[in-house]
Design a protein around this ligand. Structure first.
Ligand code: ADP
Ligand code: MG
Length: 246
């Protein structure tokens, strides 16, 4: 059992003439809140797709939970506890909260019909783990964005996530909703689930993260404990106004 939930070593990924990721190594420790920062086009979404098995890197190695995973694909990633919360949440808008949360479990169990009582019990347990209460019978499509996001996070928890990746999760949230999200993120952490928080919002990164990795032009340009960074240092790393530590 490794202390690192994820290790990327020398990852490269090129699209035509664009070197989207250039010799990127990074580590996410089990149960930590880790921020990935970088300006538009710096490679953040590409690394998420590599970690979740959607893109095959041109070079490099990936270990999950201390085990090197050859030919990572989306199913292997999920089986290793990697979950991504996409900006559109990928939920079923015309199904209820309980149905959204129970769907994958029921499919894997080969059930042909929803068992409502089991679905609601499963959904309630997942929401309890996040410390939130919600109408289990509400149609997800009718929920406010912040609640859709909570359902998506709860679904990741149901799927036995060990690392939850959130791509710019605060974009559509009010300050109050950001506070609620951060409370959930800390709850996840208390349960040993690591969170990779992808952002370019300085204050939020400083508030929520314990460690930081910064990308610029497809390269990792800074990495370390959040306590060792301030706004100016992060900005310098992101923009390259000054050479940052590697
Ligand atoms: P970020 O998420 O940090 O904004 P991306 O990972 O989306 O950055 O993009 C990194 C670079 O790779 C950019 O130059 C982008 O245009 C390019 N890129 C990303 N995905 C593709 C793709 N599927 N095809 C071609 N170029 C891509
Ligand atoms: Mg992106």
């Amino acid at each position: 059992m490794s202390d690192n939930i994820l290790e990327l070593r020398h990852i490269g990924k090129r699209f035509g003439g664009v070197q989207a990721l250039d010799d990127v190594s990074m580590t996410i420790r089990a149960g930590e809140i880790h921020c990935l920062a970088g300006e538009n086009g710096s490679g953040k979404s590409t690394i998420i797709k590599v970690i979740s098995g959607i893109y095959t890197p041109d070079s490099g190695e990936i270990s999950i939970g201390g085990e090197t995973v050859a030919k990572l694909d989306p199913i292997k990633a999920v089986n290793h506890g990697i979950q991504v919360i996409y900006q559109d949440f990928s939920l079923f808008g015309n199904l209820t909260v309980a149905e959204n949360l129970a769907m994958n479990t029921f499919v894997m169990q080969g059930r042909k019909r929803m068992d409502w009582r089991a679905a609601r019990a499963l959904a309630q347990r997942a929401l309890d783990r996040l410390g939130v209460s919600m109408d289990l019978d509400a149609e997800v499509g009718s929920l406010p964005t912040a609640n859709k996001q909570i359902v998506a996070i709860a679904r990741a928890v149901v799927a036995d996530a060990r690392l939850i990746i959130m791509d710019e999760p605060t974009t559509a949230l009010t300050r109050h909703e950001v506070d609620a999200l951060f409370a959930i993120v800390r709850d996840l952490q208390a349960q040993g689930i690591a969170v990779l928080f992808v952002s370019h919002k300085m204050r939020e990164m400083l508030e929520i993260s314990e460690r930081l990795t910064v990308f610029r032009n497809g390269r990792k340009v800074a990495e370390g404990a959040m306590a060792d960074f301030d706004e100016a240092a992060i900005t310098r790393a992101m923009t390259g106004a000054e050479i940052a530590t590697d």
